[in-house]
Design a protein around this ligand. Structure first.
Ligand code: GUN
Length: 299
């Protein structure tokens, strides 16, 4: 059997990036009297979103930022949410705004993103920032894709000329990571639920990014030996152990069948413990970038 893959420990890289951001925040405060400010908006009670939002609040405070979390009831109206975003747009102490997704079904996400100030869009989800990314212009880019690129550069190194396959075409991950891989001079394929012979397409990848939201969908024999595998999936499934499963206990797994992939890949991110941890660190970095731009400072 071949050597098992190197596991890319997201914790190490995320801690390092958060540390760098914390140092930059301290420098901005000391030399420019500038405290980067992040506002996170959560509507409703989704348990996973509550965990993510708490983590964003805690890490932004730990980095020395001004951090506010706005919690709106599940029953909040579109007008209430829009009014809150307008107020945050106008607040000079806030440099980054993140509206946690998904929103409750009665709310219109596109309408919210349409009024969000692109210069405060630390999620990189507005049309302006998506357009800047697609055009290769500086902007605020989505956090998980940026975090994935950091992990790839730290492990694989130079990505020039590599064949990259992204499975998934969401606005939050699939599309932006494909753009970033293209900027890094990869040859990029975006695969999705309608792709014919998906295993064969995946097998061509030197870099395989799984962002589909289907537990363990990508099997070991879909992976080219030695490939770098970035697993963006966060899926809750019953435990494999039937006793624990019968108790209704669940655990998180990725979109990649980790055990199988470990025997074939060259590098692989675990899920949890991989790229997910980078998301918050990049969010903090984006907030610092937004604050510096707003203050007219060099990035
Ligand atoms: N829900 C899951 N991931 C994200 C993210 O990166 N940003 C936002 N706004 N919502 C999310």
């Amino acid at each position: 059997m071949s050597q098992p893959a190197q596991i890319i420990d997201g914790k190490v890289y995320a801690e390092r990036l958060r540390g760098q951001v914390g140092e930059e925040v301290a420098r901005l405060k000391a030399t420019h009297g500038l405290t980067p400010g992040l506002a996170v908006v959560l509507v409703g009670e989704d348990p996973a979103s509550q965990i993510y939002v708490r983590s964003k609040g805690e890490h932004s405070k730990a980095a020395g930022m001004h951090s506010v979390t706005h919690r709106l009831a599940e029953s909040a109206t579109q007008d209430e949410l829009m009014a809150l975003v307008e107020a945050l747009n106008a607040d000079p102490a806030i440099h980054g705004i993140l509206v946690q997704l998904p929103l409750p079904r009665h709310l219109d996400e596109k309408a919210v993103l349409a009024i969000l100030d692109p210069e405060k869009d630390v999620d990189g989800l507005t049309m302006v920032n998506a357009g800047r990314l697609a055009s290769g212009l500086p902007g605020l880019y989505p956090c998980t894709p940026v975090g994935s690129m950091i992990l790839l550069r730290e492990t694989v190194g130079d990505l020039t000329g590599k064949r990259a396959v992204v499975v998934g075409r969401s606005m939050l991950v699939g599309r932006p990571i494909a753009q970033l891989l293209l900027q890094a001079d990869c040859t990029v394929t975006i695969a999705h639920s309608r792709t014919q012979d998906l295993p064969a397409v995946c097998r061509e990848a030197d870099i395989l990014v799984a962002a589909v939201g289907r537990p363990r969908m990508i099997r070991g024999d879909w992976i080219k030996p030695g490939a770098a595998v970035i697993d963006v999936g966060i899926n809750r499934v019953p435990f494999d152990d039937p006793v624990k499963a019968a108790e209704g206990r669940t655990k998180v797994v990725g979109d990649v069948h980790f055990k199988e992939a470990l025997q074939v890949a060259g590098w692989i991110t675990p899920a949890p413990g991989g790229v997910g941890l980078m998301t918050v660190a990049v969010l903090l970095q984006n907030t610092v970038i937004a604050a510096k731009r707003a203050a007219g400072l060099e990035i």
